[in-house]
Design a protein around this ligand. Structure first.
Ligand code: PLP
Length: 374
C-alpha cells in the first residue's frame, strides 16, 4: 500500500468510526445536552432522575467550601480518608474499596471488561442499563431475565439462566426502575450459588431507602465471595448527584483490576466531592431526615393512588413504579408541558416512574396528574 493510499484508508476508517459513534453514544450525548436545558430550569419540578431534593446537607456544603483551599492539590489523601471511613462503617479493609466519580463509571468499567472478553452479562430486566450498554458497545452479549408479575427480580429464573457463557450477573437491589427489592435471605443464597468464576455485581444505589434497611445489603458476603462486587453511590440518599462520587467494594484482587483499568486512576473524584461525601457520612441525622421525608412524599402519592384506584409496585426506593394504563398515553410529555418531569424508558413497557421530591412537589404532582386520569 502506498503512503497516500494508507493515509486515505486511515482517514476513511476514522470517518467511518466517527459516523458509527455519532449514531450511538455521541448522538445520545447531544440529546442529553439538549435535555440539560430543561435540567437547569428551576421552574420545573424534577421527578425524573431520582435525585435527592434535600441535598447537599449543610455539613457537605461547608466541607466543599473548605475543600476549595486544597484544590491546588491532587485528592489522594482525601481518597484514602474516604476509604478509611467506608471501611470502618462496613468492617472491611480499605484496600477492598474503589472510589470513583459516580458509580456509573464503575458500572461502565465492568461492562467494558465483559465486552473485551467477548463475555455475557446476565441481568434482571428492566434495570439500570449502564453496565449492559457499556458491555454491548465493547462486544458483550446480554441475557435479560424479566422481572416477575410483582415487578420483582426473579432469582429462580436468573439462576436458571446461568450457563458456561455467563461472565457477570448484574442485580440492582432495590431495583431501578421497578422500585422493588428481593428477600435478603434469598439474595444471599443466590449469590452463594453462583459459580465462583462468574462475577456478581450488586448495585445498591438505593439501599438506604430499602424497607429492610441496610440489613438488605450484600456487604456481609464480601469477604466470603471474592467474585462479588457491590456498587454504591453518594448521588441518592447522600444528596450529592451533581458532585459525582461513588464506590465499589469487593475482594482486593477485583479492586486492583478496577484501579488499573480506570482512566482516572482513582483520582477522578475531586477534593470537593470527596470532602462532601466524608462530611455526609459523618452526618447520619441528615440521611435519616432524607429517608423520612422520602417516606412522607411517597405517602402523598400512595394516598392519591388509593383514592383513584391506581396500581403501583411497593417501593423500596425514592421513586414509584406506576402502571401507565391509569393515565393518558401521553402523560409524560403532557406533564412536562405542565412543568413536571417524570420518566418512561422504552423497556418500562406498562409503567411510568415518578421520583419522590419534596412534599410540596408531590402535592403539585398529584394535583397535575389527576387531569390525566383515564
Ligand atoms: C441503580 C443506579 N445505579 C447507579 C446510578 C448512577 O449513579 P451515579 O450518580 O453514582 O453515577 C443510578 C442513577 O440513577 C442508579 O439508579
Amino acid at each position: 500500500m502506498s503512503e497516500i493510499s494508507r493515509r486515505k484508508w486511515l482517514q476513511s476508517s476514522l470517518l467511518a468510526s466517527s459516523a458509527l459513534l455519532m449514531s450511538g453514544p455521541a448522538s445520545a450525548a447531544i440529546e442529553l445536552s439538549k435535555k440539560n436545558v430543561a435540567r437547569f430550569n428551576d421552574e420545573l419540578i424534577k421527578l425524573h432522575y431520582n435525585e435527592n431534593p434535600w441535598g447537599p446537607s449543610a455539613k457537605a456544603r461547608e466541607a466543599v467550601i473548605k475543600a476549595l483551599d486544597i484544590s491546588n492539590r491532587y485528592p489522594d489523601d482525601l481518597v484514602e480518608s474516604l476509604k478509611k471511613e467506608i471501611a470502618q462503617t462496613n468492617q472491611i479493609d480499605p484496600r477492598q474499596i474503589f472510589v470513583s466519580a459516580g458509580s456509573m463509571e464503575i458500572l461502565s468499567l465492568l461492562g467494558q471488561h465483559v465486552g473485551l472478553m467477548k463475555g455475557e452479562i446476565l441481568t434482571a430486566w428492566p434495570t439500570f442499563p449502564t453496565i449492559v450498554q457499556a458491555g454491548e458497545i465493547a462486544g458483550a452479549t446480554t441475557k435479560k431475565v424479566w422481572v416477575d408479575s410483582n415487578e420483582r427480580i426473579d432469582l429462580n429464573k436468573l439462576k436458571a439462566g446461568i450457563t458456561d457463557k455467563t461472565s457477570l450477573i448484574f442485580l440492582c437491589n432495590p431495583n431501578n426502575p421497578t422500585s422493588t427489592e428481593v428477600d435478603t435471605k434469598d439474595l444471599r443464597a443466590f449469590c452463594r450459588a453462583v459459580p465462583s468464576n462468574v462475577l456478581i455485581c450488586v448495585d445498591e444505589a438505593y439501599i438506604e431507602f430499602s424497607n429492610n434497611g441496610l440489613e438488605g445489603s450484600m456487604m456481609s458476603l464480601v469477604n466470603e465471595l471474592p467474585n462479588l462486587i457491590i456498587v454504591r453511590t453518594f448521588s441518592k440518599t447522600y444528596g450529592l448527584a451533581g458532585l459525582r462520587i461513588g464506590y465499589a467494594i469487593s475482594s482486593q484482587g477485583n479492586i486492583e483490576q478496577l484501579q488499573m483499568r480506570h482512566p482516572g486512576r482513582e483520582i477522578a473524584a475531586g477534593v470537593a466531592p470527596l470532602a462532601a461525601a466524608l462530611a455526609t457520612m459523618k452526618d447520619p441525622a441528615f440521611i435519616k431526615h432524607c429517608v423520612s421525608k422520602n417516606n412522607e412524599g411517597k405517602e402523598i402519592v400512595y394516598n392519591a393512588y388509593k383514592k383513584w384506584g391506581v396500581s403501583h409496585a411497593k417501593s423500596s426506593t425514592s421513586f414509584i413504579y406506576t402502571r401507565h394504563e391509569h393515565f393518558d398515553k401521553d402523560v409524560v410529555p403532557k406533564m412536562k408541558k405542565d412543568g413536571i418531569l417524570i420518566t418512561k424508558w422504552p423497556d418500562m413497557k406498562d409503567h411510568i416512574r415518578i421520583s419522590i421530591g419534596k412534599p410540596s412537589e408531590m402535592e403539585a404532582f398529584v394535583k397535575t396528574i389527576e387531569k390525566y386520569l383515564v
